[in-house]
Design a protein around this ligand. Sequence first.
Ligand code: NAP
Length: 538
Amino acid sequence: MTALPSTSEKDSEAYDAIVVGAGFGGLYMLHRLRELGLRAHLIERGSGVGGTWYWNRYPGARCDVESVEYSYSFSEELQQEWEWTERFASQPEILRYLEHAAERFNLYPDIEFNTSVVAAHFDEIANHWQVQTDKGAYTAKYCVMATGCLSSTNIPDFPGLESFQGTTYHTGSWPHEDVDFSGQRVGIIGTGSSSIQATPVIAEQAEHLYVFQRTPNFSVPQGNAQLAPEKQAAIKADYKGFRATQRALGFACHHPPRQQSALEATPAERTEIYEQWWQKGGLSFLGSFNDLITNAESNATAAEFIRQKIRDIVTDPEVAEKLCPDHYVGCKRPCADNGYYEAFNRDNVTLVDVKAAPIETFTTDGLKTTAASFKLDSVVFATGFDAMTGTLDNIDIRGIDGLSLKDKWHAGPRTYLGIATTGFPNFFIITGPGSPSVLASMTVGVEHHAEWISECIDYLEQRDLARIEATLAAEDAWVKHVNEVADMTLFPTCNSWYLGANIPGKPRIFMPYIGGFPVYEAKCREVAEQGYEGFKFA
Ligand code: NAP
């Protein structure tokens, strides 16, 4: 064990469990731990609950999973009383929902806000974690990281950035007060989901918007609309059944794939089916045929359909061509938009190809690519996140023999079930690498994890066990399986954050588990039923 320096009056305050992060996962984890009668304490760096939905307040921020599915299922009362207003909820509505849930289950007294965890070291003699924050220190038998998959923002190391006199923003840490771009020349760097949502909204306000694109992305119209009360009422009449269906589907979202290969349909049939799924709206488009993420030839037909849509929507053929991606649909996270491609028909929006002419340097009043200079008042970094591992890497986490998690994962994250990692006893990760995480509805994933972890902790408490730790053999086998399944798909073929490819120097490993949520859930159940097979106890 590596001793941590002691600090303030809170030094050594003892809990049964520390939970880090007050998003969907952390809040429910806290609730479950309290139901077990444990003393749990949740630490959150923000000033409020919400996690992703607290930080990502950029214009146009909206969930790409339908609101009736992207919500807690554990409380029948909560799911009956909450009324969603739109098919896909906006950031403010999801944030209000989480604030309501935190209030309703009286979670606030056990949450410490504005506090960052800087270190967590396992004490092998006391069998507990020493958790150091920027305000104080705690001990706890269990440590649960509910720190999210996309919570460490990435701002590329652009030369001259510090000299820029305008205002900069990152979509993932947006100010709480209103940002007014009226009359401004705005640059947005990046064309992932965040930019695709923000671009049409900023374009309506800014004097001129420059969209700096390195790699174009596939986007499908989201088809957002007000949620008809009768539709919501019908779901509420059998919410239990609705949730069960959801959990039985690969991505834990409704819209199961059609059971047909794209190659079995004639070109005319394919176009008709793609058109129908395009009209349905949202990411379900990938379910129009059942082999789009596994068969390159099938995928190419979907890619060409979307490229044709782009050419139909964008009036300037040169701009349209630049917006057409050439990777497989889905290997980078696909996007759902509300008028993204249409925004490029506006006179005040310019697409800048920074693959052809990369950004060379920021200047005091804008930036320079290798081809041109742009005068900008504000720059929005929509440049993504150090996904899945970044936040954990930023905390000095040390397990047995002082092994640091960052060192253990230097060649890529290694977990058992995405929940535990060998050498780190009584340490759990919610939706960690190696779990379906971002490839299933996050709310389903986090509820599953909070339930599995709390049942596991209960198992230990009932038996007076001091420690649980994943065995190396179980971890090796799981890592191998996660990689094998990923390699059966087209996912590892392009530079995505799923692979860590957006962060220079990050090892290229496909991090989420793509075997499907039901398969994963069954494996986790089996592990628990076999007395936590693949774990050792002390
Ligand atoms: P992202 O998908 O990682 O996109 C980052 C963008 O920044 C990419 O276009 C990337 O280009 C570009 N970029 C990075 N470094 C650059 C550089 N040095 N020069 C030029 N361009 C650079 O990030 P995101 O859009 O924030 O989305 C992350 C994830 O969050 C999504 O995939 C999704 O899972 C989630 N999200 C969900 C929603 C929703 O629910 N609707 C909304 C927003 C985000 P390259 O592709 O060339 O690397």
